[in-house]
Design a protein around this ligand. Structure first.
Ligand code: SF4
Length: 375
């Protein structure tokens, strides 16, 4: 296949779906309860709703929308820290656009911008470094957010800042790591996941090996999956084939992008600049050991957490907000009490309604709304 249309071919989708429907009837555990298959990445969640894939699957398969949208798992306290930095009069605060509207306990970055803070949307950390070069009289802070997918570009930007001797550039590091998070999900007593669709973009950087414990220790299959509809369907089929055969292996469906060994240069840059934190707080999932990174001492001069006094408070979500239960797959988005009422993409109460990769936003945007719930 060469062109994107080929990954959206309805005839091919029908063939895979027929196979899925047949196979699921041959899997013993699917006859007692629906198989729970988690798509780890928000990009998959978006694709599943955009192309209506969930409706095409048999009732014996339940998709659980995982925590792989970094904006969605950002706790309120971290947004408050961003606002506190941005309120310094000599700061230009830079961020990717999807973090602008994530609610903090008092305001979002967008509201802080409307109140006069100099907050700018950028498309890469290098854009933020460019601003630092242009405004030597200002402190330019980049809000580093995301999994291993975006970590390398942030690491390389700090290296570039060091090379050029730029000393008015800072990183507020909120990068997180996927492996401890999947382990926390597998250890959670609330959840039973039969198999995983693994994140394609993260895997492009980390490769296949870090997932091996999922099959070795937990006996669950994980298929590293692409994002087009045929990728997702084929990956689901690969999970089912393993379940039918009583196997648990890590497989790579997304070979056209993901090298089995990952990207060694990117991993080297990440390990030069970052080290694991003891723990990191996730919205809805609580504190997870070694699930985030911080800046190593060698790059301390660029660390916004050391350069600015931050509130660093743990803020509980509003009581009516059920993001945590949605993130763990305990409820579907439309079952949240405020879905489509107080919480909409225009007036988000929770981060899952902000990012296009958030499950609530995807449900809302693609019409997966239960009218009885929002009447
Ligand atoms: S509807 Fe809003 S508050 Fe409820 S889970 Fe979704 S994002 Fe969170």
């Amino acid at each position: 296949m060469k062109f994107v249309d080929e990954f959206r071919d309805p005839d091919m989708a029908k063939v895979i779906l027929e196979r899925i429907h047949t196979l699921v009837d041959e899997i013993p555990q699917a006859q007692d309860r629906p198989l729970q298959i988690m798509e780890v990445c928000g990009g998959h969640t978006h694709s599943i709703f955009r192309y209506g894939l969930e409706e095409l699957l048999p009732d014996k398969i339940e998709l659980v929308h995982g925590p792989g949208c970094p904006v969605c798992v950002l706790p309120m306290g971290r947004v408050d820290d961003c606002v506190a930095i941005a309120e310094h009069p000599d700061v230009i605060f830079t961020t990717f656009g999807d973090a602008m509207r994530v609610p903090g306990s008092k305001k979002s970055l967008q509201q802080a911008k409307a109140e006069g803070c100099d907050i700018r949307m950028v498309y890469s950390p290098m854009d933020a470094l460019l601003l630092a070069r242009k405004h030597p009289d200002k402190k330019v802070v980049f809000f580093g957010l995301g999994f291993e997918t975006t970590m390398p570009s942030t690491a390389l930007t700090l290296k570039q800042a060091e090379k050029e001797g730029i000393n008015n550039f800072y990183l507020f590091c909120n990068h997180i790591t996927i492996i401890p998070t999947i382990k926390a999900i597998l250890d959670s007593p609330d959840m039973y996941i039969d198999g995983f669709l693994g994140p394609g973009h993260v895997s492009m950087v980390i490769g296949q090996a870090p997932y091996e414990f999922i099959s070795a220790q937990y006996q669950r299959p994980l298929i590293i999956s692409g994002f087009e509809p045929l990728d997702v369907l084929q990956s689901l089929l690969m999970v089912l084939e393993q379940l039918k055969a009583g196997e648990a292996r890590i497989e790579n469906q997304y070979k056209r992008i993901v090298p089995d060994g990952g990207n060694m240069q990117a991993l080297k840059a990440v390990s030069d600049v970052f080290e694991l934190r003891e723990f990191f707080e996730w919205r809805g999932l609580g504190s997870i050991d070694h699930s985030g990174v911080r800046i190593r001492d060698a790059y301390a001069q660029y660390d916004a957490e050391r350069a600015f006094a931050l509130p660093n408070l743990k803020i509980a979500d509003p009581k009516s907000c059920q993001c945590g239960e949605v993130l763990k797959g305990v409820i579907k988005p439309w079952q949240c009490k405020v879905f489509g009422k107080q919480c909409t993409p225009e007036t988000p109460m929770g981060a899952l309604m902000v990012s296009t990769e958030g499950a609530c936003s995807a449900y809302y945007s693609y019409g997966k709304i239960d009218a009885r719930n929002i009447a």
